[in-house]
Design a protein around this ligand. Structure first.
Ligand code: ADP
Ligand code: ZN
Ligand code: ZN
Length: 759
């Protein structure tokens, strides 16, 4: 790369270094260096030699060039892996907007200084009975130390040697003697523990049925063969597998990964954290044994780092994990699978706000032998749009493997229920079906759609929802009694009567899982009810426990939020009730219809998964809404067509790209002012360039203040992503300059491209 100057980050593991330093590239190295290259430079007042990584090469000197120090020399060593990740970070910074250091921290596992001691474990090899017997014989032989060890090991099965020799004052000789007897094994563990071993220790009754690998059916093997023959002939296209719930997508991933491993490649499998259960992991484990590992949020930084080391060294072939597993440094990456690719959690909520899908495709392109497979029962509009355009290759799985027919879906109009005098949370239809299930001892899932709830106002009599006349999203009610649009800032007074039918039943919607549980106890006193929501699942274990108890038949009804609809098999569930299908329709952002369709489809997919035909009741005030109609028909295609019309008309993604700028300030006035300046700048530029940029706002964010920080938003749309990147760059420079002049203190700008959450 040409250029006289290099911006260099010193010591990438150092937390405090927050900006690059500029160095002169000596003439003999000009044109030789690339972004990501490792160089040695004189640093600080003492000019100590330090290692650094080039993050940018430029002809623009930041300061007087004669004052710049020169790069001392370039590293000879092959540093491609690091270089790749630096290039990836540079790409993320550019595409999504963040500091280079934040991008680097995202892609590089931070090494924690853990003492590199060998950890030894003493593991019991005998059954409990055998141990008891040995313990007795030790006592009669007066081998007190041995007896003490055995007594400690009976409940624990395994203890660190350091604990036994330390606190319990047992000599290593005693342990060795027990080992010689075959009672225990002392294992020299490296300093990481295998997370799968940890998961295995927890009992799970549902695991049994996942023992054998299935022979792929015709649809499945077609996909497998087609993808592989394309791969072997050098194609690296992204593939999208659109397969209804239970159609056997996971089985296809397993077979595909197996083939990639045969080709000497490694695979990354992304699964939303909430669906990353023992059950799922075990299926991979049965296929790949200890060559698979898991990355999840319960691992410490040190443990995550260890997983990366194992991957680098070639100790594992497959890693399963949420978004962050994407950055596992495999030497020969071949495949990245993103399951449930439509999930919100694939978008990072902190800077850089990257999307795992685009980032995976970028990572694959940096490894020449890698490609990406996306899978979902309800693909994101983005992915399906690209598949339609031929950018991705589309595959379909249309039949359920184990479950036979799709469930029968009833849509219940809650306005009619009110008219007929039923004010209960449960429609008569749902009430009757629940009673029936309690009689036949089949299970019920009741799902309350809480996601995206943003204080919208609707009429219980006619279903009318108060909407912004400019943006076609719901208005939300504020404490000051006003209804506000969070895209454009449109305001109107709240209403006492429905503008459409005059009814006085026009109000906000408030019903939670707890309330439903109470009503259930009243209306069905004989039913055993389990509740699953943010309150009852504070820990990861409680989440697994509730699911296990329900799977074991310890309850008749499971009530929960969207977390219960994620890919679990409950063979005895034959009825799913969706209590407030509308809530997510009125979340006040452009993805509301898509999210509703996804939630309803996924929830319906929980009913009747093993032979028994299921029934689903969707309760709604808006039975004519296309998201609800198509979800009830379980027809993705028609939903897609209709949703795309809306996106195209209003230039929402994927018809165009959208950039949200979030402006925050500790002072209300300063924040509003900055938001206005930024909006004017972008509007001015749009006028000059005539490039079709649409600017909306600024407006107070839907959450106008968090922790005493005021928030404003600005929405910018353009068909070309790069135009939005240019605008982002312009705003970054503007803010940087004002900060350098100390005109701005704590104000920040945050960027979110093609946002998936509302602000
Ligand atoms: P998805 O990932 O699409 O939801 P899964 O791969 O989990 O689907 O498959 C759903 C169920 O069908 C699982 O119980 C799985 O074991 C079973 N299954 C998948 N493929 C086959 C097959 N070819 N033959 C028999 N059973 C299968
Ligand atoms: Zn009305
Ligand atoms: Zn509006």
């Amino acid at each position: 790369m040409e250029g006289k100057y290099a911006n260099i980050i010193i010591d990438i593991s150092h937390e405090k270094v927050d900006r690059p330093f500029q160095y002169l590239i000596p003439p003999d190295l000009r044109g030789e260096l690339e972004v990501g290259a490792c160089v040695t430079v004189p640093f600080g007042a003492g000019n100590h030699l330090r290692k650094g990584y080039i993050i940018e090469i430029t002809d623009q000197a930041e300061f007087a060039p004669e004052k710049l120090k020169s790069i001392a020399f370039a590293e000879e060593r092959d540093i491609t892996a690091e270089a790749d990740y630096i290039r990836l970070a540079a790409w993320m910074k550019e595409q999504y907007g963040s500091t280079m250091i934040a991008a680097l921290k995202t892609v590089l596992p931070v090494k924690q200084k853990i003492k590199n001691v060998e950890k030894k474990d003493c593991r019991l090899l005998l059954s409990e009975q055998e141990t008891e017997a040995l313990l007795k014989s030790c006592l009669t032989k007066r081998q007190v130390a041995k007896a003490r060890v055995l007594a400690e090991l009976i409940p624990e099965k395994e203890l660190p040697v350091s604990l036994l020799t330390g606190k319990l004052h047992v000599s290593l000789k005693t342990l060795k003697s027990l080992e010689a007897q075959g009672a225990v094994r002392i294992s020299v563990e490296s300093n990481y523990r295998d997370p799968i071993e940890l998961m295995k220790e927890k009992k799970d009754v549902r695991s049994e049925s996942y023992g054998v690998k299935k022979d792929l059916c015709e649809e499945q093997s077609f996909i497998l063969k087609d993808i592989l023959s394309a791969y072997d002939s050098g194609e690296r296209n992204t593939c999208l597998i659109h397969g209804i719930t239970g159609s056997g997508k996971t089985e296809v991933y397993l077979a595909l990964i197996e083939e990639m491993v045969k080709r000497g490649k490694q695979a990354i499998v992304l699964i939303p954290e909430i669906a990353l259960t023992y059950q799922t992991v075990l299926r991979f484990y049965k296929c790949f044994g200890s060559r698979v590992s898991v990355m999840n949020s319960t691992l410490s930084k040190g443990e995550k780092y260890d997983q990366c080391e194992r991957a680098k060294k070639g100790d594992i072939d497959v890693i399963i994990g949420p978004r962050s597993a994407l950055f596992t440094p495999f030497p020969n990456l071949g495949l990245i699978v993103i399951d449930e690719e439509h999930e919100n959690t694939y978008k990072s909520e902190s800077m850089p706000k990257y999307h795992a899908r685009e980032t995976a495709i970028k990572i694959a392109s940096m490894h020449e032998d890698a490609f990406v497979v996306l899978g979902s029962a309800t693909p994101s509009l983005e992915s399906y749009y690209r598949a339609r355009n031929g950018e991705y290759k589309l595959y379909e799985l249309k039949n359920r493997q184990a479950g036979g027919a799709l469930p029968t879906v009833y849509t219940v109009d809650l306005r009619e229920e009110l008219k007929e005098g039923n004010r209960s949370i449960f429609s008569r239809k749902l009430h009757g079906l629940i009673e029936e299930r309690l009689r036949t001892r089949e299970q019920v899932i009741l799902f309350i759609n809480r996601r995206g709830y943003a204080g919208f106002i609707s009429c219980r009599a006619c279903g009318h929802v108060m909407k912004c006349p400019h943006c076609d999203v719901s208005l939300s009610e504020h404490k000051n009694g006003k209804l506000i649009c969070h895209y454009c800032g449109h305001e109107e007074p709240t209403v006492k009567a429905c503008p459409s039918c005059g009814s006085k039943y026009i109000l906000g919607f408030r019903a939670g899982t707890q309330q439903i549980e109470e009503v259930l106890r009243k209306e069905f006193p004989q039913a055993r009810v389990l509740r699953m929501d943010a309150d009852t699942t504070r820990t990861k274990d409680s989440y697994d426990e509730i699911l296990n108890n329900f799977a074991n038949g310890e309850a008749d009804i499971l009530v929960g939020t969207q977390m219960i609809v994620k890919g679990h098999d409950f063979p005895n569930v034959t009825l799913v009730g969706i209590l407030a299908a509308d809530l997510s329709l009125h979340a006040g952002d452009y993805r509301a219809g898509e999210r509703t369709f996804q939630l309803l489809t996924q929830a319906a997919g929980r009913a009747g998964r093993s032979g028994k035909t299921g029934e689903v009741v969707i309760q709604t005030y808006d039975p004519e809404h296309y998201s609800i109609i198509h979800a009830a028909d379980q027809n993705y295609q028609s939903f897609y067509e209709e949703e795309m019309l809306y996106r195209e008309m209003l230039h929402y993604p994927p018809a165009a790209h959208m950039l949200t700028v979030l402006i925050t300030s500790a002072e209300e006035e300063a924040g509003r002012e900055l938001a206005q300046i930024v909006a004017d700048m972008v509007k001015e530029r749009a006028k000059e360039q005539k490039d079709g940029t649409i600017v909306i706002g600024s407006a107070p964010a839907s959450i106008g203040k968090i922790n005493d920080i005021y928030r404003y938003t600005l929405y910018i749309k353009n068909v070309e992503y790069n135009k939005l990147v240019d605008i982002k760059n312009m705003l970054e420079i503007y803010i940087e300059n004002r900060k350098n002049k100390e005109e701005l203190k704590k104000e920040t700008l945050q960027f979110d491209f093609d946002p998936m959450s509302s602000y």
